[in-house]
Design a protein around this ligand. Structure first.
Ligand code: MN
Length: 294
């Protein structure tokens, strides 16, 4: 790997002040935001990150009640704790520690997201990512679907000498493929490295790239030290990135081909035009997103 071809860091973003989504998700929202980061990280649109937080035991399940989505996908990655999910197409499940749920809202879905019952009862450390992946205009009204992805089903590239793993959720790393099917080219990895080990990644120049440091501390491209809970945005030049673990670490790698289409966004809907947003509200109010018990 040649230094001349390193993908330069654009910015390192410390975790923004927390806010609550329902009463179950204590999140740092990295994008979208006033700096317009969402246009720099397309096809990804929203990143809510519940950094490690101790929830005390509770008889009531914390979370978010029934709400709609249209025009994109929600990808939920559980690092600590478990999330129970139900939606209006009849799908339900529990996202366990290390697992991922890839939900395509497409033309419209209602769902609810709560801490899993026993996790609520016992309390514990909770750490989770919710990433919204935009859909290209021609797929915005695709049928809703749901891909539960267990950790054991992810692509697993083993770093030599027990240095760690690149777990491939979507896309591929050195011919190891991820199980998620996507509507535009995406590479989504959990890179787990032991202290002292490093890994080299390579992506097309025009693809957008960002890292969230989930755990530990890393050095990027042999120059910048980045701490836990920070986000790293890369420039669209060069191809290669070197991650070196200063401490044992987990890094969520988000990379994909930008969707160069207009964004019209309000609350739970992500469309291309204001008219489509209006239509989404009308269709939701007219019950076209189905029904789900509270
Ligand atoms: Mn939701």
């Amino acid at each position: 790997m040649k230094k001349e071809n390193f993908k330069p860091i654009d910015s390192i973003i410390p975790p923004p002040p927390i806010h609550w989504v329902g009463d179950g998700f204590r999140v740092h929202n990295f994008f979208p935001g006033p700096q317009g980061l969402e246009t720099r990280i397309s096809p990804f649109f929203l990143l809510d990150y519940n950094s490690k937080h101790l929830f005390l035991p509770s008889e009531k399940q914390r979370g978010v009640g029934v709400h709609p989505h249209r025009g994109f996908e929600t990808v939920t990655i559980a690092y600590h704790g478990m999330v129970a999910h139900n939606d209006s197409t009849g799908n339900s499940g529990v996202i366990g520690e290390g697992d991922v749920q890839w939900m395509t809202a497409g033309s419209g879905i209602l769902h609810k997201e709560y801490h899993e019952k026993n996790f609520s009862k016992n309390g514990g450390i909770f750490q989770m990512v919710q990433l919204w992946v935009n859909l290209p205009a021609k797929y915005k009204m695709t049928s809703p679907k749901y891909q539960p992805i267990l950790k054991s089903e992810m692509g697993n590239y083993k770093i030599p000498n027990n240095g760690g793993n690149v777990f491939v959720i979507a896309g591929n790393y050195l011919n190891v493929k991820g199980p998620a099917s996507t509507f535009s080219p995406i590479n989504l990895y959990n890179v787990v490295l032991k202290s002292g080990f490093s890994v080299d990644l390579s992506f097309p120049e025009n693809y957008n790239t960002g890292f969230l440091i989930i755990d530990g501390e890393v050095n990027i491209n042999e120059t910048e030290v980045v701490k836990e809970n920070s986000y790293v945005l890369f420039k669209n030049s060069g191809n290669d990135i070197k991650i070196s673990a200063i401490k044992d670490c987990t890094v969520l790698v988000m990379n994909g081909e930008p969707i160069n289409e207009p964004l019209a966004y309000y609350g739970p809907f992500l469309m291309n035009t204001k008219e489509e947003l209006q239509q989404a509200f009308e269709d939701y109010q007219n019950g076209l997103f189905g029904y789900l018990d509270d």
